[in-house]
Design a binder for this molecule. Structure first.
Ligand code: GUN
Length: 309
C-alpha cells in the first residue's frame, strides 16, 4: 500500500479563509475586531519563529495582534503581572504565553493566571476540565487541528480505535479527549507502555506525539491505518536521514542539511509509514500548518463567547 498524503496546506487555507470572513462579518455587524496578544519570554529560537507566524497570520486575517517580548531574566512576578494586565484589557480577546518559559518561571502558575475566557491555547485547568466533560470550551490548537484534518479528509472517527502515543498536556492528553468526544475508542500510550508495537498495531487512527525523530516505524503501523504525525524535530545526522527518507526524498533532505545544518522530521519514519498506512500527514506541511489556523479560529471563538455572540 502507498499512503495518501494528507496535506495540511489546503485545509489550513480553508480554515483561515473562514476565519477571515467571520472577522469581516463581526467588524461589519458588531463593530469590533478580535484582538490577540502573544507573550514570549527569552530567546528560544523556535519560539521566535512560531510567534512570528502567529502575529503575521493574525494581521492577514484582520485580527488585531500584538507581541510582547520580555527579556530572559524577567521575574516570575513580572510575567504574572503582564498576564493580569492583559486579563483586564477589554480590547484583548486572546492571550497566549508561548512555551517553554525559562526555568525560573512557574509555567503552571502563569497558565492558571490567564482568564479562562481569553485562554486561546486551551491550557487553563478550567478549559481542560470543560473539554473532559464534553462542554463548549477553548481547545488546544494542535489536537484541534488534527481533528479538522481527519474530518475534512473524510476519515471517520466514531467507532474507530484511535491510539495516541504521548501524554503531554499540549498534545497527547487533549488529543485523547477530543477523539473520545468524537466517539472513538481511545488508547493512550507513553514511554512506560509495555510492548508498544502490539498496541499501536491495533490503531485505525495512530497519532504520534512523542518528540523523537522517526520513532514510529513500520512495525508500529497496521496496514491501511491513518497515521497522524504531530512531531517537529530537527535532524542533522546524515545516517539518520538516510534511514528516514526514500531514495526519491533523500536528496533534497541531504541538501537541506548541507545548506541549513538540519531538516525537519516528525515522530514517524516517513519511508516506512508511506509503505503501510492508507493516509499519512507529512512533516513539514501537515499538522503544523493547522496549529496557527486553529489559534486564529480560537481567537474569534473567544471574542464571540466573551460577548455572548
Ligand atoms: N509551544 C509549543 N507549542 C505551543 C502551543 O501550542 N502553545 C504555546 N503557548 N506554546 C507552545
Amino acid at each position: 500500500m502507498t499512503a495518501k498524503i494528507l496535506s495540511g496546506r489546503e485545509i489550513a487555507e480553508s480554515i483561515k479563509e473562514e476565519v477571515r470572513n467571520e472577522v469581516a462579518r463581526l467588524f461589519e455587524e458588531q463593530g469590533f475586531r478580535p484582538g490577540l496578544t502573544v507573550v514570549r519570554v527569552g530567546e528560544d529560537p523556535a519560539s521566535a519563529v512560531y510567534v512570528g507566524n502567529k502575529v503575521k497570520t493574525s494581521h492577514e486575517l484582520g485580527i488585531v495582534s500584538e507581541h510582547i517580548h520580555l527579556e530572559a531574566d524577567t521575574t516570575h512576578d513580572e510575567v504574572l503581572s503582564t498576564v493580569k494586565r492583559l486579563n483586564r484589557r477589554d480590547d484583548i480577546d486572546g492571550i497566549l504565553v508561548q512555551l517553554p518559559l525559562p526555568d525560573h518561571i512557574d509555567e503552571n502558575a502563569i497558565l492558571e493566571a490567564i482568564d479562562p475566557q481569553k485562554d486561546v491555547d486551551g491550557f487553563h485547568p478550567m478549559n481542560v476540565g470543560r473539554l473532559n466533560q464534553g462542554q463548549r470550551s477553548l481547545v488546544p490548537c494542535t489536537p484541534a487541528g488534527v481533528i479538522e484534518i481527519l474530518k475534512r479528509s473524510g476519515i471517520g472517527i466514531a467507532g474507530k480505535h484511535a491510539v495516541v502515543v504521548g501524554r503531554s498536556n499540549i498534545v497527547g492528553k487533549p488529543m485523547a479527549a477530543l477523539l473520545l468526544k468524537e466517539n472513538a475508542t481511545v488508547t493512550i500510550c507513553h514511554s512506560r507502555t509495555t510492548d508498544l508495537p502490539s498496541i499501536t498495531r491495533q490503531a485505525d487512527i495512530l497519532v504520534a506525539a512523542i518528540g523523537k525523530a522517526g520513532f514510529v516505524r513500520g512495525e508500529h503501523i497496521r496496514e491501511g491505518a491513518t497515521v497522524i504525525d504531530v512531531g517537529i524535530n530537527s535532524v542533522s545526522d546524515i545516517d539518520l536521514a538516510a534511514d528516514l527518507f526514500s531514495e526519491e526524498d533523500l536528496p533534497k533532505r541531504l541538501a537541506a542539511i548541507e545548506k541549513r545544518g538540519s531538516t525537519l522530521v516528525g515522530d514517524v519514519n516517513p519511508k516506512e509509514a508511506i509503505e503501510k498506512a492508507a493516509n499519512f500527514t507529512p512533516v513539514p506541511g501537515g499538522v503544523g500548518l493547522l496549529t496557527v489556523a486553529m489559534l486564529m479560529k480560537n481567537t474569534v471563538e473567544a471574542a464571540k463567547m466573551r460577548r455572548n455572540l
